[in-house]
Design a protein around this ligand. Structure first.
Ligand SMILES: *Cc1c(COP(=O)(O)O)cnc(C)c1O
Length: 350
């Protein structure tokens, strides 16, 4: 009888290893304690001390003037796009990037901006020559090119500073605003082994997600200069993201920035170990490129996917479906968990 793998996972009495995403993490006891103890106030009046600390902290880590706490990275990216554009302005970005593909077209629907997507190169970055060709001359036929929006990491790939800088040179040459969707910003700096400020330096705005690898339950911070963040703050209010005593949530973000950045290297190592083991198993294609961080992709034969999912589910391991299955390492997968995952795959194929 068919059973939904998620319900099998829920019945198993082992701890659950959920490989679908790094958004699935549970707040730790220490994080919950920090949330419970948070001092709060009305943030729409600017009076939540904990939110103010989080915004200043994120800004200073990235070498920027100001920060803005938002409920999600989707809203953070949207507020940034709206801060950088007016009706009919063009945003140049990657076809597979989150802002173009997975945010409901919000920057067009709500921001009235025009997205111009470029193919994403094998390393997850954009090709400078494509950007050069995409930037429009000042001619009434064309939407005015106003923003270059990059993503790092993309599909778990850390894009090198050289590649990023080559793209930003063109944005500078044509006076475009430069946005980085850094939902997994610290996964990128960890892999590239650079200071956060080095990656942040040339961008006008950067979105940081607190609820991915950093393990907070909710939230994102947008950082940039005072002017861009003041504009984004107005848009956040209009979008319904003005929250009141949300310092309880910001406290989780502060805890995450203090305690969960240095450990991202563990996720990266475990993803590498798992990729190696699965390559050795030699039962399906495994994608884990040199610049990959905390995720790998596998492609089991289509008729194996469902039985494999069920087999793993019985061992408390949850994987997604589809052709390319993403396996993501995070805070709730330790070395014992990794061993269980390895054993789960091995036992299915033996
Ligand atoms: C997850 C993600 C987002 C959106 O984050 P939410 O907080 O779920 O809205 C934006 N950009 C990238 C690159 C992401 O991975």
């Amino acid at each position: 009888m068919y059973q939904n793998p998620s319900s099998i996972v829920a019945q198993s009495n082992q701890s659950i290893l959920d490989l679908r995403s790094d958004t699935v993490t549970q707040p730790t006891d220490e994080m919950r304690a920090a949330m419970a103890a948070a001092e709060v106030g009305d943030d729409v009046y600017g009076e939540d001390p904990t939110i103010n600390i989080l915004e200043e902290k994120a800004a200073s880590m990235l070498g920027k003037e100001a920060g803005l706490f938002l409920p999600s990275s989707t809203m953070s990216n949207l507020a940034a796009m709206m801060a950088h554009t007016q009706r009919g302005d063009e945003i140049i970005l990657g076809r597979g990037y989150h802002i173009f593909k997975y945010e409901g077209g919000g920057s067009s629907v709500l921001g009235s901006a025009f997205p111009y997507p470029l193919d994403v190169a094998a390393d997850g970055g954009l090709e400078p020559r494509d950007i050069d060709a995409a930037i429009k001359p000042d001619d009434s036929h064309f939407p005015p090119s106003k923003v270059l929006s990059l993503e790092n990491t993309h599909s778990g790939q850390a894009i090198s500073l050289e590649r990023i800088n080559a793209c930003l040179d063109l944005a500078d040459k044509h006076n475009l605003a430069k946005h980085l969707d850094g939902a997994r910003f610290f996964n990128a700096t960890t892999k590239l082994n650079i200071e956060p400020k080095q990656l942040a330096m040339r961008f006008d705005t950067i979105n940081l997600c607190l609820s991915k690898g950093l393990g907070a339950p909710v939230g994102a911070v947008l950082v940039g200069d005072n002017q861009a963040i003041a504009k984004a703050r107005r848009w956040r209010k209009m979008l319904g993201g003005g929250m009141r005593q949300a310092g309880i949530l910001a406290a989780a973000g502060i805890y995450a920035l203090d305690h969960h950045v240095a450990r991202l290297i563990d996720d990266q190592k475990r993803a590498g170990i798992l990729a190696n083991e699965l390559v050795v198993l030699d039962k399906f294609k495994v994608t884990y490129q040199d610049n990959q961080t905390n995720m790998l992709f596998i492609e089991p034969a289509q008729d194996e996917v469902e039985p494999l999912r069920q087999h793993l589910a019985q061992r408390g391991i949850n994987i997604g479906g589809g052709k390319y299955i993403r396996l993501v390492m995070h805070l709730d997968i330790d070395d014992d968990g990794l061993t269980r995952i390895n054993d789960g795959f091995k036992s299915y194929y033996s």
